[in-house]
Design a protein. Structure first.
Length: 139
């Protein structure tokens, strides 16, 4: 497959995907613009987002305490490693919450371009027709 075929198939796929999303929005009566993205737009989505933030923080701290407790039992250093890993877990939880609230958690390795992240950040808006961003530093 040559580069031109790849670009045209990618553009064709994007057009078909947009048409399918528009048809789905027409059937369901919902309208979701690309600028909105995954931002919470209703009360229930906001509550779900808040619950996920809390869960991320509590889970990271719980895992940190569990690892610290296990190491303390294994090495006989009670309670020092549990306290240390409590703080490590808290730091990891705060970092996870920050990433989630800034929208950095969608896909590993994707950068924000023009204030958006995810699979729709490439394309004609950025001048990268195939969306792969491989030739970005070469210009």
């Amino acid at each position: 497959m040559t580069g031109d075929d790849k670009k045209s198939s990618s553009a064709d796929f994007d057009a078909r995907l947009r048409a399918a999303r528009d048809a789905y929005d027409g059937r369901t009566g919902s309208s979701r613009s690309q600028e909105q993205g995954d931002a919470p737009d209703s009360g229930m989505k906001g509550i779900g987002f808040a619950m996920r933030l809390g869960t991320e923080l509590v889970a990271a701290i719980g895992i940190g305490v569990g690892v610290g407790y296990g190491l303390d039992q294994w090495l006989g250093t009670t309670p020092w490693l549990m306290v240390l890993f409590f703080f490590f877990g808290g730091a990891a939880g705060v970092l996870n919450v920050y990433r989630l609230s800034m929208g950095m958690d969608q896909t590993v390795g994707w950068r924000r371009i023009g204030g958006r992240s995810g699979p729709h950040s490439g394309g004609a808006e950025t001048g990268d027709a195939d969306g792969d961003r491989e030739d970005r530093g070469k210009k």
